[in-house]
Design a protein around this ligand. Structure first.
Ligand code: GA4
Length: 329
């Protein structure tokens, strides 16, 4: 199954029809694992349906997000600045990247969520319960997907990827992005109002991202041939984004997908997305798995710790290809 979309090349301005893969997790395991491997190889991106995350878990966290972004500017600032965790407005990272958005970044450790909730919500208990329940559910979903990937790659150890993110010391992150509509935005310098950048082109540094948005469009992914494809929003389902760390673990067999969010001026509603970035503990060594290295397929990357990789990511700009720093050839 695929979601049909129309892709555009930035260089030639040509368009073509593209089908974004949809993986139905209720199908039989071997079919699902094959579909996932194919989607990771071809796109580094896919949609999952029949994902098992309760709709109530999703809507409770969505409501908390809406409540937070509805607050007065000064109240939101109390949760910031996002260096690296808290509330951020337009500034992304530490090196001058900007976007037409506001956001909330949280470490997924329950103690850290409980502490942050105090400056995020008037009812911190509600916020932290909603966030913890959501994180638990999407972590399970991410682990299941990683196990299916390992099975699809015929690895003897099906937990080889998933155990990296289920470790209690996992460095995973939860992010809310809110892209205000034009009427709520100040005039800005971008010439083409339909292509205002909400969150600029980049790949995610982590292993896997589980993304969910409301019904407002904006997300686009870049295909291997450079065509950009708009991703139709679907509030009831999740999109899965392959991150740089999984590209390294699979020795380049899966590639992290470059993506961006446009601040869509034609929509009357604002877009809100929630992302769970699944990461290993900071001291974990990431390198190509030996099953995927051979004389015909030599190792493409030198091993590094997740902490080193994060340091590299934060020292560069959002759109930089940070994996180049760790390439062997
Ligand atoms: C992209 C993925 C996640 O949103 C994020 C981002 C982080 C941030 O916004 O602080 C980064 C970006 C992301 C990649 C390069 C660095 C770090 C901004 C930036 C310029 C939370 C992450 O882990 O990396």
């Amino acid at each position: 199954m695929v979601v049909l979309s129309s892709a555009t090349s930035m260089r030639t301005k040509k368009t073509k029809a593209v089908g974004i893969p949809v993986v139905d997790l209720s199908l039989d395991r071997s079919t699902v694992s094959e579909l996932i491997v194919k989607a990771c190889e071809d796109y580094g991106f896919f949609k999952v349906i029949n994902h098992g995350v309760p709709s109530d878990t999703i809507s409770r966290l969505e409501d908390e997000g809406v409540r937070f972004f509805d607050k007065e500017a000064g109240d939101k600032q109390r949760a910031g600045p996002a260096t690296p965790f808290g509330y951020g407005l337009k500034n992304i990272g530490l090196n001058g990247d900007k976007g037409e958005l506001e956001y909330l970044l949280l470490h997924t450790n329950p103690f850290s969520i409980a502490e942050r909730s105090k400056s995020i919500s008037n009812n911190p208990q509600n916020f932290s319960c909603a966030a913890n329940d959501y994180v638990e559910s999407v972590r399970e979903l991410a682990s299941e997907i990683l196990e299916l990937m390992a099975e699809g790659l015929w690895f003897p150890d099906k937990y080889v990827f998933s155990r990296l993110i289920t470790d209690t010391q996992s460095d995973s992150v939860l992010r809310f992005n809110h892209y205000p509509t034009v009427k709520n935005r100040e005039p800005c310098s971008y010439k083409d109002d339909d292509h205002r950048i909400g969150f600029g082109e980049h790949s995610d540094p982590q292993i896997l991202t589980i993304l969910r948005s409301n019904d407002v469009a904006g997300l686009e992914i870049c295909l291997h041939d450079g065509f950009w494809v708009p991703v139709p929003p679907d509030p009831t389902q999740f999109y899965v984004i392959i991150g740089d760390a999984l590209q390294v673990l699979t020795n380049g067999r899966f590639t992290s997908v470059r993506h961006r969010a446009l601040a869509n001026s034609s929509s009357r509603n604002s877009r809100m997305s929630i992302m769970y970035f699944a990461a290993p503990p900071v001291n974990t060594t990431i390198g190509p798995l030996h099953e995927l290295v051979s004389p015909e397929n030599p190792s493409l990357y030198k091993p590094f710790t997740w902490g080193d990789y994060k340091k590299a990511a934060y020292s560069l700009r959002l759109g930089d290809c940070r994996l180049d720093l760790f390439k062997l050839h």
